[in-house]
Design a protein around this ligand. Structure first.
Ligand SMILES: [Cu+2]
Length: 325
């Protein structure tokens, strides 16, 4: 689908509506991360995350009660209310304050599991030292998936110490990097949980889809979520699935090389147009920009580019733009 009519239509429309965006640093957890930088590193990073319920406005104007980790010191990429960037020789101290209606915990698959819960109204310290470089997510694992489905999750990026332009020590270099945090909402679940009820995840069928907490067209209007590039660059894109369903992410206009899946280096690298991102999985890819233009990047699960099953604007879900000049 590199040059289908739909894509050309979107491209024309977007050029008319958007103009050209500027290159974006991404801001996570109150730490500004320029796209290419070597950190001093070796420091202790202290962060507070407040687990809380809030009202999330959806792209079709409806709203739901959702859960989030909110960092009072600053939000994550896009519409996320937290997101963390540290260096691989740092120590990360996360104090979780639980303002939800049940105990939760804080885990980082691949780094920190089996942690103690934090009771309602209480706070607990979770600590990580010298993590391996790569992309991670944090979430709860004591509510049988309900908290994650409610949105209680966020991205953690660990940069290799002394090599801020690489995904991992000795790995491929990049000129820019972006993080796309994949989530979705089944508003029936959110309503049931917010109302004090329960929900059988066997019936889970999401109807709203997000990249960095945003749905199209909010995605392409956001400096963290619109993938702005220059011809000739290598761009790292971290796709982190903090949701509850698998997402096949389709790149128009370009092929990408999968560098790592869950921090494991991909050995048989084949240029791909569509990359599967499983639940809980972090897939880092390198996009070699070999042409100028504007192309969509989206989930190829068709309900995922709608809002409650309806095409709006003309899409309403997990779709953003790749834009190279
Ligand atoms: Cu496509």
């Amino acid at each position: 689908m590199k040059s289908d009519d739909t894509q050309r239509d979107i491209k024309r429309r977007d050029f008319l509506k958007m103009g050209l965006g500027s290159a974006a640093a991404f801001t996570l957890g109150g730490l500004v991360l320029p796209v290419r930088r070597t950190f001093a590193g070796g420091v202790t990073v202290n962060v507070t995350l407040v687990a809380e319920s809030y009202t999330k406005t959806l792209v079709d104007g409806s709203s739901v009660t959702a859960w989030r980790f909110r960092n009072p010191a600053g939000g994550g990429p896009g519409g996320l209310d937290s997101g963390l960037v540290i260096n691989s020789d740092d120590t990360l101290n996360v104090t979780v304050t639980n303002n939800l209606d049940r105990p939760i915990n804080f885990v980082v698959p691949g780094l920190l599991t089996g942690t103690a819960t934090v009771a309602m109204g209480a706070s607990r310290l979770y600590s990580i030292s010298s993590p391996a470089a790569g992309s991670y997510l944090y979430r709860d694992d004591t509510t049988a998936g309900i908290a994650t489905a409610m949105g209680l999750a966020g991205p953690l990026v660990v940069m290799p110490a002394g090599a801020g332009d690489r995904l991992y020590p000795g790995g491929p270099t990049f000129d820019r990097q972006y993080t796309l945090f994949l989530q979705e909402i089944d508003d029936r679940l959110n309503s049931a949980i917010a109302g004090g009820g329960s929900y059988d995840l066997a019936n889970y069928e999401p109807n709203y889809y997000f990249l960095n907490g945003l749905s199209h067209p909010g995605t392409k209007g956001d400096a963290d979520t619109r993938i702005v590039m220059s011809n000739g660059e290598d761009v790292a894109i971290r796709m982190i699935n903090g949701g509850t369903i698998v997402s096949p992410m389709h790149y128009h206009g370009y092929h990408v090389d999968v560098a790592t899946r869950d921090r494991v280096v991909e050995t048989a690298v084949v240029a791909k147009d569509t990359v599967l991102v499983r639940v809980d999985e972090c897939v880092d890819v390198i996009l070699q920009v070999d042409q100028v233009g504007m192309y969509p990047l989206h989930t190829h699960y068709v309900p995922g580019v709608t809002a409650n099953g309806v095409y709006v604007n003309p899409f309403g879900g997990a779709l953003t733009m790749l834009e190279a000049t």
